[in-house]
Design a protein around this ligand. Sequence first.
Ligand code: G1P
Length: 289
Amino acid sequence: MHRDIRKVVLPVAGLGTRCLPATKVLPKEMLPAWDRPLIQYAVEEAAAAGIREVILVTAPGKEMLEQHFRPAPALEASLAARGKHDLLAQARGTLPAGVGIASVLQPEALGLGHAVWCARELVGNEPFAVMLPDDLVLADTPCLAQMISAWRETGGNMAAVEEVPAADTARYGILRVTGERGPLVAADSLVEKPAPQDAPSRLAIIGRYILEPSVLRALDAGKRGAGGEIQLTDALVDSMATTPFHGLRFAGRRIDCGSAAGLLEASVRIAARQPGMGEKIHAWLSRDR
Ligand code: G1P
């Protein structure tokens, strides 16, 4: 059976405390890497993977995220009147053609699993993607597109995975690996944020998932896990009896943009691809004053 992934859930209700003071007022997903906010990279990656509907799971005070994708009549009229057609295209192009956007509030910060569950009515009864915009993935083939083509073969639940240093396992969902076939990794369990000595491997979930709608039923129970939060990782484990899980070792470089260092790395790497910018960056760094 050929099924398409048409919808992506973007959980964007978090407070962004790792990026204070920048995120005191500004939603962390509006922080830019080079020339555009993180949320826009996520939406562009989703659109490039064939997604047609973006579902923001948001919180009061983060209305700017929706506004970024809406028309800006005064700005557009001003750019049009001055003949600034390139800039007009930038202002109009934040939401890729053919993509719709909807949002739902996460009333309380109860965890990633809860955030995804808040989107259940907008998702309906079909497989869907989840992307965490702080995880920026630079790749020739967008990460989500790689996942969807792998998922067409496997079905079930899938997460993008990569090796992390042993010292970092407590920041991620970690796989208990049972086998590997090319870039696909089979697992019979997952552990959310284990201490290094308890981690079953160093293979970590990063912020890209494809989920069967049955995961939403597993989240109905509202079970609390690591950190007292409702964890998506636990719902994936609870689904394993009926729904296979695969990790995909994607091709590309993932940057954790939930920190100032990650945002800087992303900005530099993206900027360095612009004509002449690589040389400029080298020159800045080699100047002694
Ligand atoms: C979440 C998930 C975790 C995953 C991580 C990827 O954690 O709970 O399993 O490895 O995203 O970024 P968070 O970063 O929201 O604490």
